[in-house]
Design a protein around this ligand. Structure first.
Ligand SMILES: *Cc1c(COP(=O)(O)O)cnc(C)c1O
Length: 400
């Protein structure tokens, strides 16, 4: 295993299974009518998609490309949860005609639905609606939208949500089946999900909704010390939901992404060069910030180091070593390694908790996609080879 060419990702299957089972156990115990929609955008590596599919998860997709990938990887239209502001009309129709889950995000989609319902008067369409609401007010300082509004769904406070309900109720063959309440938060706290569940109840009561599902969306924590895990969320969610809903009538949908796959995924890199420039020591590695932090927002990383065993010389303590990536961008620096043993070529830096928003956000910049291995019963199995020029030119129509 030490001889594999770096850089590469490793997904530990038993840890992934552990988290998947932790999620289903908690849902079973607290709301035994549930559905898991795996968030494609978080990481749609085909092996991962097949893994969650085998475990019973539906595909949660937010674009026509993701929809097409789900279909390509074997999902039926009724096994799709279609969300987000950028659906395609053709796939929107396919999903609804097949009885899949579709959560309306805008007036535009409302017009698509109106057209579809009129075209198929003898068919009944079940639809969900994405709610835009002031979660920041319920959980001050915790949301990503903060004081400004979120961009998605129909706004409760301005009456747009009520207006959309009215339009839907005027369509004779459309039933309002679900609410979609996904909201991203900085805190990913239990309190966020308590508030989301409370909002579902509030809407149910205010508008006398008879819902076959409540979709909480994603945004859970998982695999981080001192932070919540699945079993912390669902007793609280169930406590709130049970005030207005029962599992026998209303399904709980969750859309996990990062919480499911972070803990099981590592990224293995090697030091290939050291350079001293003025007072700084740069440790050049074959991994890049683009592999693990493409949006350049991380301020710290979880990692461990394996020393090059062939290097037998003394390793002095170095005041500052700047761990850098292979790209030609100055900003491609991962972290500063201060007052630590000297790093030398051949040492490995292994980043932990890197399953979410890494592979899916990795650009084809300077180096192509790294390999991915799955650790299964102690062995590493390659599930994606390192991309080469043949992969890169694949979509090219004509070279000269
Ligand atoms: C991003 C997203 C998710 C997954 O979020 P995580 O933070 O990865 O759990 C689920 N549902 C929707 C609608 C999303 O946009």
């Amino acid at each position: 295993m030490e001889t594999l060419q770096t850089p590469y990702f490793v997904i530990d299957e038993s840890i992934l299974q552990h988290y998947y089972d932790m999620l289903t156990d908690s849902l079973k115990q607290n709301w035994n009518n549930y559905l898991i929609g795996y968030s494609f955008k978080t990481n749609s590596l085909p092996w991962l998609v097949s893994f969650v599919k085998k475990n019973g998860a539906y595909a949660e997709v937010v674009s026509e490309d993701e929809y097409s990938l789900a279909r390509y990887l074997g999902y039926e239209n009724h096994e799709i949860i279609y969300n987000g502001p950028y659906k395609g009309e053709a796939s929107f129709r396919e999903v609804l005609l097949a009885g899949g889950f579709c959560n309306l995000d805008s007036r535009l989609e409302l017009s698509w639905l109106t057209k579809l319902a009129k075209e198929y008067p003898s068919q009944t369409f079940s639809i969900g609606i994405r709610v835009n609401f002031d979660l920041e007010k319920m959980c001050p300082g915790e949301t990503t939208m903060g004081e400004t509004s979120g961009r998605f769904g129909f706004c409760y406070e301005t009456g747009k949500f009520a207006a959309a309900l009215q339009t839907l109720r005027e369509l004779p063959n459309v039933s309002i089946a679900g609410l979609h309440l996904h909201s991203s938060s900085k805190s990913r706290s239990v309190n966020i999900f308590r508030s989301i569940a409370q909002m579902a109840c509030k809407l149910q009561q205010e508008y006398q909704l008879s819902l076959s599902y409540v979709d909480l969306g994603g945004g859970y924590c998982g695999g981080l010390e001192g932070r919540p895990e699945y079993p912390d969320y669902f007793p609280v969610v169930a406590e709130e939901l049970s005030k207005c809903f029962t599992p026998s009538k209303t399904k709980l949908i969750v859309e996990p992404g990062i919480s499911l796959i972070s803990k099981c995924t590592t990224f293995v890199t090697s030091v290939f060069d050291i350079r001293d420039i003025k007072n700084a020591r740069y440790v050049m590695t074959d991994g890049s910030r683009f592999n693990i932090d493409a949006t350049m927002i991380k301020t710290s990383h979880l990692f461990h180091i394996i020393n090059n065993k062939e290097y037998s010389e003394e390793r002095p303590i170095i005041k500052q070593q700047i761990i850098s990536g292979y790209t030609c961008m100055e900003a491609d620096r991962m972290f500063s390694y201060d007052n630590k043993q000297e790093l030398v070529p051949g040492d490995r830096i292994i980043y932990e908790n890197v399953g979410g928003y890494t592979m899916s956000l990795n650009p084809l910049f300077i180096q192509y996609f790294p390999a991915v291995y799955v650790r299964k019963e102690g062995k590493l199995i390659q599930v994606r080879r390192k991309w080469g020029p043949e992969d890169y030119v694949r979509g090219t129509v004509q070279i000269l």
